[in-house]
Design a protein around this ligand. Structure first.
Ligand code: SF4
Length: 234
């Protein structure tokens, strides 16, 4: 499998928000096995894009000209680990001198493990408690491997943060606290809670995800001291 086979649904040439403290180019890879109610990139779910894809060749041309300007390449999605061409792409960007970051929900450990030696940082999406994923992803037994990815990242020594999307129709503030407490017990040191955005959700019927200020305050109060880095992003 060659990196040329990567199916890229979109690219942000310069991003300061996708890999903390790094200036990166972010690639949005096509394809995802899950169907989260709040997904705000539903056009990335099919394995193939209806639009003109960004080619890997074009990405490399962009990166070549910015070796001294960019720190890293972020592979986001969709669910990037579903593409076999991700591994050769990571190897190529590392050889070019860039750091590699990955955004993943880690649906399958067998897809994540071979990538670990080539990763500098991972943003691991935690959807719910390990047995509660189906209510968010609408996919049976989707949570167990995702939570097991935490130990894999720790053993591999890859820097990572866990992040969750908080939609008020899917999680009460108490449930968000329970998720944070379990992450802390598992030795996670960085946790970010992102409040769901209201526009372009896959399932519009669940309504706008906004959470009231008091609920956010309660979550912050309960979890701030449990992590080295805790952020409420809204
Ligand atoms: S939000 Fe869910 S459905 Fe959408 S890309 Fe992420 S994991 Fe897939």
């Amino acid at each position: 499998m060659l990196a040329d086979n990567l199916v890229i649904g979109g690219m942000v040439a310069f991003s300061t928000v996708d890999y903390p403290q790094h200036l990166a180019t972010t690639l949005f890879l096509q394809g995802c096995p899950w169907r989260c109610h709040y997904c705000h990139n539903p056009h990335l779910i099919p394995q193939h894009s209806d639009h003109d894809n960004v080619t890997w060749q074009k990405v490399c041309q962009h990166l070549e000209g910015r070796r001294n300007l960019l720190d890293a390449v972020v592979f986001s999605g969709g669910e990037p680990t579903t593409q076999k061409a991700l591994l050769p792409a990571l190897q190529q960007t590392r050889e070019m001198g860039f750091k590699n970051a990955l955004h993943t929900g880690a649906p399958k450990l067998s897809l994540l493990k071979p990538l670990l030696p080539w990763l500098d940082w991972v943003g691991l999406d935690i959807k719910a408690m390990p047995t509660g994923y189906e209510a968010v992803t609408t996919t049976r037994r989707s949570g167990l491997e995702s939570w097991a990815a935490i130990a894999e990242l720790q053993q591999a020594g890859v820097d990572f943060e866990c992040r969750m999307t908080w939609h008020r129709a899917l999680h009460s503030w108490e449930q968000v606290v329970s998720i944070g407490e379990l992450l802390s017990l598992r030795g996670v040191s960085k946790f970010a809670v992102q409040v769901a955005r209201g526009e372009q959700m896959l399932n519009q019927a669940i309504g706008d995800g906004r959470v009231c200020a008091e609920d956010k305050r309660l979550v912050c109060e309960a979890l701030e001291s449990s992590f080295d880095v805790f952020e409420m992003r809204s």
